[in-house]
Design a protein. Sequence first.
Length: 201
Amino acid sequence: GYISTAINDGPGCLMLRCPDPSCAAAVGQDMINSLANEEDKEKYGRYLRRSYIEDNRKTKWCPAPGCEYAVEFVVGSGSYDVNCNCSYGFCWNCTEEAHRPVDCATVSKWILKNSAESENMNWILANSKPCPKCKRPIEKNQGCMHITCTPPCKFEFCWLCLGSWSEHGERTGGFYACNRYEAARQEGAVVILILDVYFIT
């Protein structure tokens, strides 16, 4: 009862003492092995291994996703790059992927830069459209729908439908509108109207 309850309460069982108030004897692994059931022995063993790895400055858990191995660092090896049994290589100092000969501070800055670039890319995707010819992202913040891509492309197109501007202009709905967009909207309205008429009983 006492040992089983302590083990089920978590890693604090590693500091277990005799339940007699007048006795301060530690309940060690030998006593656990002789008194606990198999399931509790297994849990205790896991807590003991975890405690050893986390308290030992020469061992670390492998940072690879899903890996349950620990790695021991060999002092004097001349490199902080270590390899786990799962084949994942990482830096002992910063636990990022192995990056010799680049120092940890540079790797940290690189990761931060890539993260910022990823956020920039998300903004570009949300707030711009690709040029229909060269695919370069273009932001429109004012003016009419007539867009001219930057050199060397210089493709002229409609912002709304991305069609060539030569097919647009005054004769096709004006500079601030796109008759393709309007035609598509009217066609959609006609389809809805037909469906409404068809389903009215």
